[in-house]
Each structure stands twice: as structure tokens, then as C-alpha cells.
Ligand binder design. Structure first.
Ligand SMILES: Cc1cc2nc3c(=O)[nH]c(=O)nc-3n(C[C@H](O)[C@H](O)[C@H](O)COP(=O)(O)OP(=O)(O)OC[C@H]3O[C@@H](n4cnc5c(N)ncnc54)[C@H](O)[C@@H]3O)c2cc1C
Length: 544
């Protein structure tokens, strides 16, 4: 065991492990990269996180950079939950629901709590946390906060960022801060502090003032975005809040040890419509109109014909009696969840009027069992990601691009063209209401040709998304995979700001380096795995 591991063992309450098994287990996440940590730590409490951070800071002051990476369940699909130094694994001990406030519906949680466990607890109070990812069963709140995760309900309810009221964050030097929206007076007080927290507030306030015009010009017209740092929501006219910056920062600015999260009343009464389209641009027009209804659908999800063909070929019974042939080009699921029957029925009526206007066939279901059947159409995408053809696996390399909703047709056609050019068939599914589409092409990472294809497809795909005014990540964030495209997405000036923010929080580069900032394609190429599997996520059938 190294001197560093010894030191940590001596000073932390949680376990410190350097066995090859543990290091190997944590050398992969849900993505296509591999990077072995030196030391695995299971922090018992915030004190442990602080000590680990303080220690890496002191090492860095003496010239040795030991990366520190926070980890939830490692379901990240872009290599953000990997690091070569100390891996802080939160689900082991720091996994509690600390408090539920029945008056506000807010919860206070530790980052390692499994999302589904929190959701279950909230349901018993008639509430829920809407932006849950489809990896809800095998991911943590800490991971969702760090990725600004989103999901099928985001079209109506927003992303994780919209629900985080405040955070406790351990800084690079081991100090702990509490973020929340501050008044001008509170901000002045913070800026007057003589510690690292004060330095951060002073530097950031100046940076935001000096770059006000540049920040105001940031205008990605997507309906959700997890790429880069959210610098738009930090400084408002009379308030200042670090929370939006930390949410979605993937452990590169600080380590979250506690979060206060708001929730919504859970509407169990839903109506579900499956709409069938043979023309993508007609589907897009319908989606644009559905988005304009007085009440936004609580889900606007889609699958394409290639996905149905895939299911038909590999498991013809899966959608038997649910979808009939010939398959339509696109199926869109439209859900309304207002508990008020009258209002819900009114929205359904208006949605059907829109579908009729566009000549789309549809099926309306209100009975639980029938709705469940329809949802199987969307959830059948799991069959793609769990399928293998010899060494060919469904790789998450282009799985999260988003474009302005009115560019939906160009996006889908562009994707089909990329995969045609690369002689691959691609199945699409995802969030039609946000124009955020998921896909995972089948490639064999043991083959040189396919490894080259990975980077060719990545390049063609992210350039397509950027050229359509979209974002490289709607919900999974940049990690290592998409980091090389951040400067192109935002432009050099805004990217320069991201770099300055990173430097203010993390001057020695100890916090999850190699993620988000200062990453080129050449940096990630050597990390590409030679085989892909989701073995550590198979406790539950991965849904997507
Ligand atoms: C099949 C499948 C489906 C998915 N579907 C979705 C989806 O619908 N929507 C979506 O948004 N994502 C989805 N994901 C991606 C991922 O599951 C989610 O983003 C999830 O929220 C990550 O949680 P985790 O606990 O696995 O985090 P990890 O993978 O462990 O970590 C993710 C990031 O969070 C950081 N992190 C973790 N804990 C902390 C902490 N305490 N402090 C600071 N940083 C921290 C890590 O360093 C890393 O950068 C999917 C993944 C898979 C494999």
C-alpha cells in the first residue's frame, strides 16, 4: 500500500482500499473509457471528504497532483466517473435521506442515496422528483446533481438544476461551503471572507461583471442543456448563486456532500396517447403544437421504425399485440398528468385535435394496464443497449445530442445519413418534446476498424448537432467523451470563461481532471476500452 493510502487510512473513518479487484471495478463506468484509480475510498461522512480534499491540496502544493473523483453508481456514459487518483465512492455510507419537510416538500439528502429509493420515499408523501433519469434504479442523486440529469418528465417539469435549492460542497482545499441564492448583502459578506470561499466569490463576481455582455449573448436555443458550466443563472440582477454552477459540473468544481432538493406533487392520474407518424416533419409540426398547449404534456417521448424493426428481429414477442405492422416511421407517446380530470380530458381533446389536423393515427389509453403496455414501446429501447452480437456492443458514444425542437427533422435525417455513410443501421429513441434523441451503434472495440469508426462517428455527429444550433448534451453532460467539443459548441470566448471558472475553483487541477475542461480528442483516444460491458449495472435491467 502506498504512503498516500496509508495516510488516508490513518486519518479517515471510512475504508481505504487499494486492492486490484476494487481498482479494476472502478476503472470503468457506463461509458466506453477505462482509467484505473490508485486508491478507492468509501467516505463515512463529510469530514472524510474534507480530509481527502485537503490532503490532495497539500500534495499539489508540493507539486504532486493526485486527482480526486467523486462517484455515485458509475452509470455515467461519458467517462466522467473515472479518475486515476483517489476515487470517493458515495453510495456505501453517505446515502441517507436526512430530512423531509412536509410543509415545503423539500428533502435534504446525502449524495450517495439511490434515486429510486428517494423517489419511493417521496411517493409515500404524495410527491416526486420529476427529472429522474431512466437509470433511476442504478444511479444516485449525487450523480444526477453532478450531471444535471433529466428524463421523460423534463419536457414539462425541467431538469435537475431546477430542483436544487442549496448544496453543501467540499472545495478543492477541503473547506466546506453552503451554496444558495444570496442577496447582494449576503454576497458582500461572502466576498469579505479571508478564506478560499471568499477568494472564490471575489474572483467570480469580478469575472461575471467583466464578462456580462458575453454571458448575456449565450443563446443555445435548446430546451435543456447539460454541456459546459451553467454561467447564465449565477448572477442575476439582485442575487448571486453558485448552485447552478456546481450542478452539472461533474465534480470538477467541488464535491457535493449534501443537497436540499425541492419536489412536486405526484400526479398519479394520467392519460396516454400513442401517435403514429409516417413523416418526420409532420411529427415535428405536431410536437411543436403540442408544446404550445396551455398545459405541457408530462411526457413527449418517441421511438423510430428502426427500433421496432430491431425488436421484431431479436424478440418478436416483446411488442406483440402492442404495435402492429407495417411499422410507422415514428411513434410519439404523449402523456398528460393533471390530477384534475376535467383539465386533463380537455388537454387530451386538444392534443387529439392536433393529431387529427396532421393526419396522424393515434390510440388513447387511460386504464393502467393499457398505459403500461404502451409505455413498453418506449422502454423497449433497453433491448438495444443490452443486446450483443458477438463482440459488437451498443456503444454510448453519440447518445445525448439535443437540437432546437424546430430542427428535429434535420437532426433525425442527419443522423440517418451519418450512419448510412458509416454502413451501420441505427435505432433512435428519446425525448421528442425536447428533440433530445438517444442512440447506441453496434461496434466491436476489439477491432481497429471499429475503433476508428468510433471517433469518426463522434466527430460527424457532434458537428451535426452543433451545426443545427443544438447542444452536445441534453442530459448526460460532457464527461471525457464530449469535452473535446465544448469550445466549438460555445465558441472560444465562452470556453475561455469556463477555463477561468475551473481555475478559480481548482487552481491545482485536482478535481476530476480530464473531465469537461482542457480535453482534446487525442487525450481520450488512449482511454478507449478494448471491450465494452455494463457489468456493474446489471443489478437491474438497464432502461434507457
Ligand atoms: C442505461 C442508462 C440510461 C441512462 N439514462 C439517463 C437519463 O435518462 N437521463 C440522464 O440524465 N442520464 C442518464 N444516464 C446517465 C447516468 O445514469 C445519469 O446521469 C445518472 O444521474 C448518474 O448517476 P450515478 O450515480 O451513476 O453517477 P456517476 O456515474 O457515479 O457519476 C456521474 C458524475 O457525477 C459526479 N459525482 C457523483 N457524485 C458526486 C458528488 N457527490 N459530488 C460531485 N460530483 C459527483 C461524478 O464524478 C461524475 O462526474 C443513463 C445511463 C445509463 C447507463
Amino acid at each position: 500500500m502506498s504512503k498516500i493510502a496509508h495516510y488516508l487510512q490513518e486519518h479517515l473513518s471510512g475504508e481505504v482500499i487499494t486492492s486490484n479487484d476494487a481498482r479494476k471495478y472502478f476503472s470503468t463506468d457506463g461509458g466506453v473509457f477505462e482509467l484505473m484509480p490508485e486508491i478507492v475510498v468509501y467516505p463515512k461522512d463529510e469530514g472524510d471528504v474534507r480530509k481527502a480534499a485537503r490532503f490532495t491540496w497539500q500534495l499539489a502544493e508540493r507539486g504532486r497532483v493526485m486527482p480526486i473523483t467523486a462517484r455515485g453508481k458509475g452509470s455515467d456514459q461519458a467517462g466522467a466517473a473515472l479518475g486515476s487518483g483517489i476515487m470517493l465512492v458515495f453510495p456505501a455510507h453517505m446515502n441517507k435521506l436526512i430530512e423531509y419537510d412536509g410543509r415545503t416538500g423539500n428533502v435534504v439528502i446525502e449524495p450517495g442515496i439511490i434515486y429510486a429509493k428517494l423517489q419511493q420515499a417521496l411517493h409515500t408523501h404524495g410527491r416526486f422528483l420529476p427529472p429522474y433519469p431512466s437509470s433511476i434504479e442504478f444511479s444516485t442523486l449525487g450523480g444526477a446533481i453532478a450531471n444535471n440529469a433529466a428524463g421523460e418528465k423534463t419536457v414539462k417539469y425541467g431538469a435537475t438544476r431546477d430542483y436544487i435549492r442549496s448544496l453543501r460542497v467540499v472545495l478543492a482545499n477541503g473547506e466546506v461551503i453552503e451554496t444558495k441564492r444570496l442577496t447582494k448583502r449576503e454576497l458582500s459578506k461572502k466576498m469579505g471572507l479571508s478564506n478560499f470561499e471568499g477568494e472564490i466569490y471575489r474572483n467570480l463576481d469580478k469575472l461575471f461583471d467583466d464578462n456580462k455582455d458575453l454571458i448575456e449573448k449565450i443563446n443555445l436555443e435548446v430546451t435543456k442543456n447539460s454541456a459546459g458550466y451553467d454561467i447564465v443563472d449565477v448572477k442575476e440582477k439582485k442575487t448571486f448563486d453558485l448552485t447552478p454552477l456546481v450542478v452539472g459540473s461533474q465534480g470538477t468544481l467541488g464535491i457535493v456532500t449534501e443537497a436540499t432538493v425541492s419536489t412536486e406533487p405526484y400526479n398519479s392520474q394520467t392519460s396516454l396517447i400513442a401517435a403514429y407518424f409516417d413523416d418526420i416533419s409532420v411529427a415535428k409540426d405536431a410536437v411543436l403544437e403540442l408544446r404550445k398547449l396551455p398545459e405541457m404534456p408530462s411526457a413527449l417521448e418517441m421511438v423510430d421504425k428502426n427500433l421496432l424493426d430491431f425488436i421484431d428481429e431479436h424478440n418478436p414477442n416483446q411488442l406483440k399485440g402492442i404495435v402492429s405492422k407495417p411499422y410507422h416511421k415514428l411513434i410519439v407517446l404523449i402523456e398528460f398528468d393533471n390530477n384534475n380530470d376535467r383539465l386533463r380530458k380537455k388537454m387530451v381533446k386538444r392534443a387529439i385535435k392536433i393529431l387529427n389536423k396532421h393526419g396522424a393515427e393515434y390510440q388513447l389509453e387511460t386504464k393502467e394496464a393499457n398505459k403500461e403496455k404502451l409505455w413498453k414501446i418506449r422502454h423497449s429501447a433497453a433491448a438495444v443497449i443490452t443486446h450483443t452480437e458477438g463482440n459488437k456492443k451498443a456503444l454510448p458514444i453519440v447518445e445525448d445530442g439535443i437540437v432546437p425542437v424546430d430542427k428535429f427533422t434535420e437532426y433525425i435525417n442527419g443522423v440517418y445519413e451519418i450512419f448510412d455513410r458509416n454502413k451501420l443501421k441505427i435505432a433512435l429513441w428519446g425525448h421528442a418534446g425536447n428533440a433530445n434523441i438517444h442512440m447506441q451503434p453496434f461496434l466491436d472495440l476489439s477491432q481497429v476498424g471499429d475503433r476508428q469508426k468510433v471517433f469518426r462517428i463522434i466527430d460527424e455527429y457532434y458537428n451535426l448537432v452543433i451545426s443545427l444550433g443544438g447542444s452536445t448534451s441534453g442530459e448526460h453532460s460532457d464527461g471525457r467523451l464530449r469535452a473535446p467539443y465544448l469550445s466549438k459548441l460555445y465558441g472560444e470566448e465562452v470556453y475561455g470563461l469556463f477555463k477561468k471558472i475551473k481555475h478559480i475553483f481548482d487552481p491545482y487541477g485536482t478535481l476530476n481532471p480530464g473531465v469537461k475542461i482542457d480535453v482534446g480528442v487525442e487525450d481520450i483516444k488512449p482511454l478507449l476500452r478494448h471491450e465494452y460491458s455494463m457489468e456493474h449495472l446489471y443489478d437491474h435491467l438497464p432502461r434507457t
